[in-house]
Design a protein around this ligand. Structure first.
Ligand code: NDP
Length: 284
């Protein structure tokens, strides 16, 4: 079986176009959607991600502001900057680029983002709302995964979904979103026994592990939908996912590529959340 490749390119472009249209409509009403990104320290990967987010905003007519702080910034200083963004009515979305330097308590910083500006969907309030099925900002990566499944026409309701990885930013919210879509969900992690067997039972397999080509062809059920969240450097130095793409594509019905898959969707979903935050702030 040759799998249908669910490209993030076309879908993300479509979502970005919609975000741009909505941003333009808001501007006509005097509301200028604005995303503020806090970058603390000098992590090179974070620099790249932040630049990408700024470019995306620019492309869609969304204002972006960068608050840059040095590696030695104290937690109190970071929280002070955050409170300025929190109380600034011209800022609609606030995002803290992770990881933060080791001396800063990440959870305390995230919790200081006002829920109504939490466009990453990482604050305890939004995570709690997601868990109990209330409206909230959806975390961008898992939301992008669900959009990809839906766009491809891969059935979710009643299907067996297996999420490998239980991080707060990908694995756990991906499981909650699949549950919300009425899948029957299993979450696996580094202590899971019989991982290969559990994966091979999945109609929907989400890989969010952070290990290059960890999911082999033998772990994929024939006809499954495989969503590869991982971004890794393979032994050959090239970007690759957590799934052995070629082997998995032989068996799956649907598969996302890396690069050109979930990563692009993550970026697009952030723009949607920012526009939504601006709309909500304006009471629309
Ligand atoms: P984390 O390191 O926070 O979590 C990895 C998860 O994988 C953990 O729950 C861990 O289990 C599990 N795991 C590790 N080894 C094994 C194993 N041998 N068997 C089963 N489970 C295992 O990573 P993230 O969730 O932040 O990211 C995962 C991947 O997704 C990374 O490659 C990251 O770069 C990528 N990513 C991509 C994004 C995108 O937009 N495409 C966005 C965010 C992340 P345990 O909890 O037991 O340690």
């Amino acid at each position: 079986m040759a799998a249908q490749i669910i490209s993030g390119k076309a879908l993300a472009a479509q979502i970005k176009r919609r975000a741009a249209e909505e941003a333009a409509q808001l501007k006509e009403q005097g509301i200028n959607p604005c995303l503020a990104v806090m970058l603390v320290g000098n992590d090179p990967a974070s620099e790249v991600y932040v630049r990408g987010k700024q470019n995306d905003c620019h492309e869609c007519g969304i204002e972006s502001r960068l608050v840059r702080m040095g590696e030695s910034a104290s937690q109190a200083e970071v929280l002070e900057q955050l409170s300025l963004l929190a109380s600034d009515p011209s800022v609609h979305g606030v995002l803290v680029q992770l990881p933060l330097p080791a001396h800063i308590d990440e959870q305390a910083v995230i919790a200081a983002i006002p829920p109504e500006k939490d466009v990453d969907g990482f604050t305890p309030v939004n995570v709690g709302r997601l868990a109990i099925g209330q409206p909230c900002f959806l975390p961008c990566t898992p939301a992008g995964c669900i959009e990809m499944l839906k766009a491809a026409g891969a059935p979710i309701e009643g299907r067996r979904a297996v999420v490998v990885g239980r991080s707060n930013i990908v694995g756990k919210p991906a499981a909650l979103l699949l549950l919300r879509e009425n899948a029957t969900v299993t979450v696996c992690h580094s202590r899971t026994k019989d991982l290969a067997k559990i994966c091979a039972e999945a109609d929907i397999l989400v890989a969010a592990i952070g290990k290059a080509k960890f999911i082999t062809g033998g772990m994929v059920k024939p006809g499954a939908a495989v969503i590869d969240v991982g971004i890794n450097r393979g032994a050959d130095g090239r970007l690759c996912g957590d799934v052995d793409f070629e082997a998995a594509a032989e068996k799956a019905a649907f598969i996302t590529p890396v690069p050109g898959g979930v990563g692009l969707m993550t970026r697009a979903m952030l723009l949607c959340n920012t526009v939504q935050a601006a709309r909500m702030a304006a009471g629309r």
